[in-house]
Design a protein around this ligand. Sequence first.
Ligand SMILES: Cc1ncc(COP(=O)(O)O)c(C=O)c1O
Length: 481
Amino acid sequence: MSGSTSTTGTPTRTRSTQHHIMAASTAGLSLSLSKRHPCWWQYSPTWATASSPSLATSATSFATGKLKDAISPERRRNKRYTGRVVQDVINLGSYNYLGFAENTGPCADSAAEVTMKYGVGIASTRQEIGNLDRHEEMEKLVAKFLGVESAMAFGMGFATNSMNIPALAGKGCLILSDELNHASLVLGARLSGSTIRVFKHNNMQSLEKLLKEAIVHGQPRTHRPWKKILIVVEGIYSMEGSIVRLPEVIALKKRYRAYLYLDEAHSIGALGPRGRGVVDYFGLDPCDVDVMMGTFTKSFGAAGGYIAGKRELIEYLRSHSHSAVYATSMSPPVVEQIITSMKCIMGEDGTTIGCDRVRQLAENTVYFRKRLREMGFIIYGNNDSPVVPMMLYMPAKIGAFGREMLKRNIGVVVVGFPATPIIESRARFCISAAHTNDMLDRALSVISEVGDLLQLKYSRHRIQPSLARPVDDNVYEDIDD
Ligand SMILES: Cc1ncc(COP(=O)(O)O)c(C=O)c1O
C-alpha cells in the first residue's frame, strides 16, 4: 500500500507483523529488523561497535577501525557475537559525514577539557538548575549557523521529533507526511492526535492533491477548515539517498498556506556549499521553512537534536514541549563537541578545515557514485547525496554481500524487508569526508569483485569509464605532437 493515504497515521509501508529479516543467519555484518522495533523501517546493524571509541584502532575518525563479528540466527532478533574481531575495516556504514566523530583533534580535546570543568552529568532539566552558559552559547551558534532567529537543543534527536511535533499540532490539525519519513516523525505525528495523511515519496503531485482536498473539504464530517496544515519532510532520506524537492515544497506550502517542518538529520552539515543543509543546497531563504529540525548525531559527531526558526516558535517550545520541560539537559562534553565542530564548519576556528571537509565530502560523494555506475551497479538517490543505496534486489544476496565485504575488510550496512520492499534489498553506503582517495578506491575495487561474484552488476546502461579524478597538470604535462 505504498503511497496510499491514511487518516489514522498508519505508515504506508505496513507489512505483516513481527517479520524479521536479517542478513541471512550467518556470520558477517548482519541486520535484524522487526516491525515492533520503533525504527522498523531502518536497520540495527551489528556494525555499531565499530564506531565505539574503545574499539577503534584508527586515531582519525572511524573511517577505519575494528569490527566485532556477530551472527543473527535466523528469525531471532538478538545477535550473538562470535568473539572474532576483524582488524582494519573500512567503515562505509556510519553517518560520520564530515569525519567529526573522531577521538583526536580539537573537538575531542575541547570535549575533554569541558568534562574536567563541568563533569559529564547535569542531573537537572534546563528549566530547573540544569541550564549552563555552554547550552546558551550552543543554541545561539545553531541559530547563526542556520540563519534563523532562534534555536533550541534537545538531548536526543529521536525525541526532538517525537516530542516536539505534539507541541506544534493537535486535534483539528492535519499533518501531511512523506511516506518514507523517519519513525521519530511518524511517532510524533501520531502522538499529536492530528489527522495524518501520507503522500508518495517526494511526489509533488501527490502532495498537492492532498493539500487541495484539505482546503476544499476541510475536516471530516464538520467540513470546518483545518486549524493548521503541517507538511513534514526530510532533507535527505536515509534509505533512498533522495534529496527533498524543497523549492517545490516551499512553493506549495505558500500557495496553500500550510506550515513546513523540515528534518535535516542527514542533510545538515552534509549538503550545500557551506554545509548548511538542504536550504543552502538549493540557495533558499531559511525563513521559508517554518520549523527547521536537525540532529547532532551525524555530521557533528555528537548527540541530540535541535529545532530552529522564529523566536516566537522557540519561546513557545521552551515552555510547551515535553522534551524541553521534563528531560535532563544535554551533557557538557556533547555540547562542546557540537560547538567546536560547528565553529569549524563555519570557519570561526580561524581555519579552513571545516570548509575543506564539506568540499571533500561533496567530491567523495560524486566520485563514489560515478564509479559505482561505471561498474554497472544500480544505485538510488540524488548525485549529491552522501547516502548511497546500491541495489542487491534479491533477499538472499543481503547476507552474502555483507559477509563477502567483511571478509575483504569493508564494513557495510545491508538492508531488506520490511525496511524496503521485498524485492528491493540493498546495501547502504555512507560516504564521509574522512574517507581518503585510497580508502574509496580500495572499497570500490572490493565492491566490484564482490559484485562480480554475486552478479550484482545489473545495469544495462553502463557508463563508459572516464578519468577517475581530475588530471593533475604537474604530473601529466601537455605533449605537442
Ligand atoms: C531523519 C531522521 N530523523 C531523526 C533521527 C533520530 O536521530 P537520533 O539518532 O539523533 O536520535 C534519525 C536517525 O537516524 C533520522 O534519520
